[in-house]
Each structure stands twice: as C-alpha cells, then as structure tokens.
Write a protein that binds this ligand. Structure first.
Ligand code: SAJ
Length: 414
C-alpha cells in the first residue's frame, strides 16, 4: 500500500483546497471522497465546486504528482476529516446535529491508522465531537480485532476551518488557526503540520474550547446579521429607509451594523448556532432568537413581493440571484432560492430567474420559472426582486430599472 503524508477525508469546500495546498507544499496527499465522479474530476486536474483560483491550485497539485484522489482512505501519518456536519430538523422546530459523516469517516480509518498517527477533525462540530471521533475509531479498531487499541496510541485534535467562501485560498494561508488537542502533544503536532503553509498565528488549546470557539464565531455573525435584518423589518413597518438609518448610525465610532439581506444562507452560519442551542437550550436564548429572526426574513420578503404582485393580473417577476451570497455558485441553504420557490407559487405570475453561476435551474424550479440573463429578466419584468448582490448585476441599466417596481433586499441599488 502506498504510504501518504496526509489523507484528507471529504473533498468539498474545505477538504479540496486544504489537500491541494498541502500537496503544493511538497506533502504527499491522498484526498478521499465517497463520490466516484468527484474523485475522477480531481484526478483529471479539474474541480467540482466554484472558488476563485481553486482550479489552478488543484491542477498544480495533481500535476506535481503530490495529490491523488480515491474513494477509500489509505495509510498516512496524518488524517484530516473535513466532511459535512448537517443537522436534523425536529417537528418542534429545534435542530439536532447529525454526526453520521464524521462517524463513518472516523470508523473508516480503523483499516489504515497506525500507532503515532495524528487524526484531525476540521469539520465544524458540536462540543464533544473530537472525543466522539476518538471513541468511534477506538471502538472500530477493537471490533476489527485490535483488542489492545487505546487512545494513547494516536493524537486527536480539532482544528476548525475558518475560511470564507469567495476568499478561501487567501484566508487558508493568512487566517489565524486554532489547534485544540485531546492532549497538549496533539495540539503541538497539529500546529507543526499547519505551519507548512499557514503564515498566521496558530493558537493551542483543548478540543472542546476549539469546538466552541468556532461555533461562537459563526453565532456572533448570525446574531449581528439578525440585528440588521430585524432593523430592516422595523424600518419597513415604519415606512423608512433602513440603508439610510444604518449609514448614519454607523458614523458613530463604536457602531458597526452589518447589512440586511433576504435571510442568512450557506452551510455554516445558518447551521452552527443550532449546535450551541442544542447543547444549552436554556442558556442560548439570544442565539436561538437570532436564528428565528434570520429565518423569518424570507417570509417578510415574500410578503413584500405578494403585495406588489396583487397590482397586476399576470405579473412578470424577475428574481435576480439564487446563490446564498454574492459571487459564489453555492445554492445550499440559500434564502434567495427559498424565496424564489415561494414566489413561483404566486398565482398567475410568470417568473424569470437570473443566476449567472448556474447553467440550469435547480430541480425545485424546473417547469415553474425560466432561466434567463439579468438584462432580459429586467427588460420583461413588472417587478424586480434583487436577492443576491452579484457584481455582474451592477451594470444593469438604471433608467430601465427606474421603470420597474423594485424590491432590493440587499441595498444594492441604494
Ligand atoms: N450576510 C448578510 N449580511 C451581512 C453578512 C452576511 O445577510 O452583513 C449573509 C450572506 O448573504 C450569507 C450569510 O449571511 O447568506 C453568510 O455569509 P458570510 O459571508 O457571512 O459567511 P459564510 O457562511 O460564507 O462563511 C462563514 C465565515 N464565518 C465568519 O465570518 C464568522 C467563515 O469565516 C467561516 O469559515 C465559514 O462561515 C464556515 O465555514 O464556518
């Protein structure tokens, strides 16, 4: 069996850039993904996700011979788990973290791990997951006949990723990192590993503090966005311009209000706060309320669209953008998509969708909307709903827009 320096499990938005950057720094890397199509694409030097400059990095990594992809892990000195950690929605509206991907990744290592290996969890996870990861692996080793297996034989660490979609390659190198080990030796080993490409500081801590720090960062942002979104709904109620209010309030030296939008999307900020709420439901009142406020914003936008649509017999509605935020192709947990699906149910309305980052409509919109370019959408529409502030929408003709009813959820044309 070929021996790798690093084996990365999960070749998504985090695993792929991380594998590639290690490979370009001379490490022999095996990237593992359960999808054969993803493995084939990467082995051909291509990418299956959109991120500026990622294709160049992956191509360089693959061409150097240092990065290969496979569907199964292989022997290595370091294992990095970078799989999704979604949640399950309960009937009462609460959410429970779903760790099945971390569990199956951890168990899959039993076949290939050897004494002294470093096992890193990068996936954003609820407090206590690194300990669970350790327990799953040891349990699997014992089940496979290695009765002597003990956690003392391996090093376990949580090193949460913190990179921003759209700026991943820069932030991978320049963001400070946290290495939270189940032992201080484990933290130190992880620090030494990431130092090969990370130019910023790497802070050592314990695993639980690392887990909660990461969840805290995203919850902090969620609470702040909720404040902006709530303010936008207050202003709509009062018939006032939220952008003007925020612009003026932000002139205070200690005020920095974020930007309201159609809701909070993506697979991080809309998910991670629930891990804190699930762990401490009585205490995490503000964090839960922020989620509820942000989740209510799509409904608020829909109500605005419906009230304008009533003025027409057969309104033509242009929805600009489906992605979860500007200048990315990612539609996961996207409020823009959610709103467009609901607009598509307005009786008698014709819906035109402009989303420059996709070639075909998502399944939920097929047969209900038409995918066109932004200019064409605006030209034909009675109502224009700006859902994503993609840069490519900037040149749209102002005089033409002035003739339309506009719902600008991002303050793009303010
Ligand atoms: N949003 C607003 N108003 C704002 C800022 C954002 O409505 O003022 C919306 C965006 O449109 C989007 C959502 O919030 O729908 C999240 O976007 P984002 O750019 O704030 O964050 P993400 O989800 O792309 O990435 C976040 C980052 N976390 C923080 O900034 C604290 C990133 O550093 C993390 O690595 C990433 O989550 C992650 O993977 O956890």
């Amino acid at each position: 069996m070929k021996r790798f320096d690093i084996c990365v499990l999960g070749l998504g938005y985090i695993g792929l850039p991380t594998s590639s950057i290690f490979a370009t720094k001379g490490k022999l890397v095996l990237g593992v993904d359960v999808m054969q199509s993803v493995v084939d694409t990467i082995n051909d030097g291509g990418i299956h996700i959109e991120e500026p400059d990622l294709e160049i990095l992956v191509k360089a990594a693959v061409q150097s011979g240092n990065l290969t992809a496979a569907t199964k892990p292989s022997e290595a000195d370091v294992f990095i788990i970078a799989v999704p950690t979604p949640f399950e929605k309960r009937n009462d509206g609460s959410r429970v973290p779903d760790l099945k991907f971390v569990e199956s990744a951890a168990r899959s290592l039993a076949q290939v791990v050897k004494k002294g290996d470093l096992v890193i969890l990068e996936s954003t996870s609820p407090v206590g997951t690194t300990e669970k990861m350790r327990d799953w692996l040891i349990e699997e080793l014992v089940a496979q006949g290695n009765a002597e297996a003990t956690d003392k034989d391996y090093y376990f660490v949580h090193c949460p990723e913190r990179i921003l979609p759209g700026q991943m390659l820069k932030e991978l190198v320049t963001n400070d990192r946290i290495a939270g080990g189940l032992t201080p030796e484990a933290s130190q080993k992880a620090k030494e590993l990431y130092e090969c490409f990370c130019t910023a500081e790497i802070f050592l801590t314990d695993a639980r503090s690392a887990e909660l720090s990461k969840l805290t960062e995203n919850s902090f942002r969620d609470v702040n966005i909720a404040f902006a979104n709530e303010l936008s709904m207050v202003c709509d109620h009062l018939g006032m311009n939220v952008w003007e209010v925020i612009k003026l309030a932000n002139r205070h030296p200690r005020v920095n209000i974020l930007t309201p939008g159609p809701g909070v999307g993506g697979h991080c900020i809309a998910v991670d706060p629930w891990f804190i709420v699930d762990a401490a439901p009585e205490q995490a009142k503000l964090i839960r309320t922020a989620r509820v406020v942000n989740e209510s914003k799509p409904e608020h936008v829909l109500t605005q669209v419906e009230s304008k649509a009533k003025r027409f017999n057969e309104p033509v509605i242009a929805c600009l953008g489906l992605a979860f935020k500007a200048d990315v192709d990612d539609l996961r947990e996207s409020p823009a998509l959610d709103i467009t699906e609901r607009i598509a149910s307005i009786n008698g309305a014709k819906i035109l969708v402009a989303e420059p980052y996709i070639m075909e409509l998502p399944k939920s919109l097929v047969g209900r909307c038409e995918l066109v370019n932004a200019e064409e959408a605006v030209k034909t529409a009675d109502i224009v709903v700006l859902l994503v502030d993609h840069k490519v929408f900037a040149p749209l003709s102002r005089p033409l827009l002035a003739e339309k009813m506009i719902i600008d959820t991002r303050g793009f044309w303010e």
